[in-house]
Ligand binder design. Structure first.
Ligand code: HEC
Length: 106
């Protein structure tokens, strides 16, 4: 079941790839650099939120999705609120991960 879903998701992502980054490549970046805090589906890791004493918004929420790409990229490269800048990601990887975050839209 999970495999079928991943395959379907992959086709969806490939078909609707954003012009800038590659959501496919972005998933790998997300899994490595974001998932620990933001959870696989973007809902946010409650343990991390508690530790940082902050509410982590769902990355797929309308509020976050309404932000332009440039602002999402800035959150990653410069940090936002309690989130520190994410280290060790290239400009291309930031483009890719933002394209992936777009796929988390609820
Ligand atoms: C160490 C934990 C941590 C990691 C790693 C992390 N984040 Fe965050 N992120 C947070 C926290 C906590 C917030 C909420 C900050 C606040 O509101 O003070 C946040 C907020 C955000 C926001 C802003 C959401 C809003 O409120 O509008 C975006 C976008 C985001 N993160 C994307 C990412 C992406 C993409 C990655 C991976 C490249 C990533 N984050 C990695 C902890 C993390």
């Amino acid at each position: 079941m999970k495999v079928v879903f991943s395959l379907a998701a992959t086709f969806f992502i490939v078909a609707f790839q954003a012009a800038g980054g590659s959501a496919d490549a972005g998933k790998a970046v997300y899994d490595q650099k974001c998932k620990a805090c933001h959870a696989a589906d973007g809902a946010g890791n409650p343990g991390m939120a508690k530790m940082l004493k902050v509410t982590i918004k769902h990355l797929g929420s309308q509020e976050v999705q309404a932000k332009p790409d440039a602002e999402l990229k800035k959150s990653v490269t410069d940090g936002i609120g309690k989130m520190k800048p994410v280290a060790g990601v290239s400009a291309k990887q930031v483009d890719d991960v933002v394209a992936y975050v777009r796929t988390l839209k609820k």
